[in-house]
Design a protein around this ligand. Structure first.
Ligand code: GZL
Ligand code: ZN
Length: 324
């Protein structure tokens, strides 16, 4: 066998070292290693919120980000205090999910004056000064409301006569409540038979949904449809409807948003009729943005989360592998 030429040996050696074939190349430290992130979370009001918090914590661990996550009690003051604590601690980046849209300019200006970049996640702020945050990562809530409306228009396409709808809204003043309501109203205008006869704030909780629905059932003799702004309110409404001796999903149709495990299970069992997804698993995308923001790389002003919607068959199909 001819000796391999010297050139051939050099080439092979070069290739080996180039692809690290020589020494054992251990796991590289993630780009975000050591970055200090302060995160102010709304609260623990719903399954969605708990899954969102878990996603952020797991993603921070995986990325080597030092996370200081503070869960508020659903009050804006608590979140403002948390953000001020992050500023005092001189964290590298601040991120938060604002419980309501307005009232953030002052504390965001303080973060800007301290030279700390801010990432808004999940719910939007309605500030006029867009320099107060670098990017917004979250769902398109108006699209979620439209999807709920589109299902209803389709469901009642061949039905003539009034369809009486009650709406259990999310936290007053929050972006998801404002935008889901707007998207839903915009779409159902297409069919004048679809009439929202009442709407009230259920604060995104099961207890809130149950109380509001019980009130609607006392005040209205003919309720055909419930549009609840999240699964937890819808599941509370199911309890109130059953307590009133009616069959949820049959006598009263129910549409919700989030697509949590409990919501999809109720849909699979026929107690809900349609569930629009609002994806809480923002953690990995958030850590990617944190790394870019810290190193001064350009990031888009708006990063929209991918999500879909489920009918009964689709719910049965995804339930076995559902992460939250
Ligand atoms: C939506 C999120 C909402 C969820 C609710 O992104 O802000 O808040 O739909 C949660 O379940 O309480
Ligand atoms: Zn009716």
């Amino acid at each position: 066998m001819r000796r391999p030429s010297t050139l051939l040996v050099l080439v092979i050696t070069g290739l080996l070292t180039a692809c690290g074939g020589g020494e054992e190349s251990g796991p590289r430290a993630p780009a975000q290693g050591g970055i200090r992130l302060g995160f102010s979370q709304v609260g623990a009001e719903s399954a969605w919120r708990l899954a969102n918090t878990t996603s952020i914590e797991h993603a921070a661990t995986n990325a080597g980000v030092q996370l200081d996550l503070r869960v508020a009690d659903g009050k804006q003051d608590s979140q403002t205090n948390a953000i001020r604590a992050f500023i005092d601690a001189k964290v590298d980046v601040i991120a938060f999910s604002p419980v309501v849209e307005s009232g953030w300019d002052k504390v965001l200006q303080e973060a800007k004056d301290a030279g700390i970049p801010v990432i808004v996640t999940d719910r939007m702020v309605d500030t006029t000064d867009t320099s107060l945050f670098v990017t917004m990562l979250g769902s398109d809530f108006t699209a979620e409301g439209r999807k709920a409306g589109e299902w209803l228009v389709e469901h009642y396409r061949d039905f003539n006569g009034p369809v009486h709808i009650v709406e259990i809204e999310g936290t007053t003043g929050s972006a998801p409540a404002n935008q889901r309501r707007a998207g839903f109203a915009e779409v159902i205008k297409a069919d004048t038979d679809l009439q929202v006869i009442d709407s009230r704030d259920g604060d995104f909780t099961r207890a809130g949904g149950e109380q509001v629905m019980a009130g609607f059932l006392r005040e209205h003799t003919d309720i055909d449809v419930v549009f609840a702004h999240n699964d937890d309110e819808g599941l509370g409404a199911v309890k109130a409807i059953e307590a009133a001796g009616k069959r949820p999903g049959q006598d009263v149709k129910i549409i919700t948003v989030d697509a949590s495990r409990d919501g999809l299970s109720a849909l699979a069992e026929g107690r809900l009729n349609y569930v629009v997804e609002c994806n809480p698993l923002l953690g990995p995308q958030l850590m990617e943005l944190v790394g870019k923001v810290k190193t001064g790389q350009a990031v888009p002003r708006r990063v929209v989360v991918d999500e879909t919607a489920f009918d009964r068959e689709a719910a049965k199909a995804v339930l076995p592998n559902r992460q939250y």
